[in-house]
Design a binder for this molecule. Structure first.
Ligand code: PGA
Length: 249
């Protein structure tokens, strides 16, 4: 089970970030069979990563620039993220897509991650669910374009996070049967592209995963390999409930 903790632009101070990180460490140390990837804001990542001596927690950037170097004021490259302690980066989060990030940007960022040795956590997901099934075409084209320059061998460093826009920040997550359908659909696209290695690419769900019961239910019914948490990642009670529900008994 993989848990990606996307803190987004929280918290306000480094002191609070240290508290959240300390709690996360303690929960992750107790949990069995949970691979924990913390994605703090870039302002805090190097400080947290350089102060961490353990091996159980991985660090992730929340985004990287599509280029590896150059005149990009405010940008952070995948090479820089790697150098300051990230092993992963989220790419194509819905909140970035809402700011104008295109499928082509996502594709270029995946190449940057690949060339820097970062594992790319690629976020895909439709804005709305229509009854004609167009959302499946949306998901397929997001996925296909993102993976255009990734071959079967490189697919070891890919994680897919299905995050429907309508569930992010909402009060309820996807229903388990809807997620099951989606896991099968994404797996089929990966299988068609990569064959056997496509079966090993983790598929996660994200969007309003706020309590352990919901997460355990979705995990049981839908064959997801983990979750991407937003709000719950910085909420001690929710996080503890989720860790204990997803830890191997
Ligand atoms: P949420 O966010 O868990 O707060 O709904 C999920 C996400 O944006 O990844």
């Amino acid at each position: 089970m993989i848990l990606i903790l996307n803190w987004k632009m929280n918290p306000e101070t480094f002191k609070e970030a240290q508290h959240i990180f300390a709690r996360t460490r303690a929960l992750s140390a107790k949990a069995r069979g949970v691979r924990c990837v913390v994605a703090p804001p870039m302002a805090f990542l190097p400080l947290l990563a350089s102060g961490y001596r353990g091996r159980a927690i991985y660090f992730s950037a929340q985004d990287v620039h599509r280029d590896l170097r150059g005149a990009h004021t405010g940008g952070v490259s995948a090479l820089q993220a790697k150098d300051i302690g990230a092993s992963h980066t989220i790419i194509g989060h819905a909140e970035r897509r809402a700011n104008g990030e295109t499928n082509d940007d996502v594709r270029a960022k995946v190449v940057s991650a690949r060339d820097s040795g970062l594992t790319a956590i690629i976020c895909i997901g439709e804005k709305v669910r229509d009854s004609a099934g167009e959302y499946l075409d949306t998901v397929k084209s997001q996925l296909t374009i993102a993976l255009m320059d990734v071959d079967a061998k490189q697919s070891k460093k890919i994680i897919i996070a299905y995050e429907p826009v309508w569930a992010i920040g909402a009060s309820e997550p996807v229903k388990a049967p809807q997620m099951h359908e989606m896991t099968i659909f994404i797996r089929k696209v990966l299988w068609e592209k990569y064959g056997k290695p496509g079966l090993a690419v983790p598929i996660l769900y994200g969007g309003a995963v706020l309590n352990g019961d919901d997460a355990a239910h979705i995990a049981r019914e839908s064959e997801v390999n983990g979750f991407l948490l937003g709000r719950a990642s910085v909420d001690p009670e929710k996080l503890s409930d989720l860790f204990s529900a997803l830890s191997k008994k």
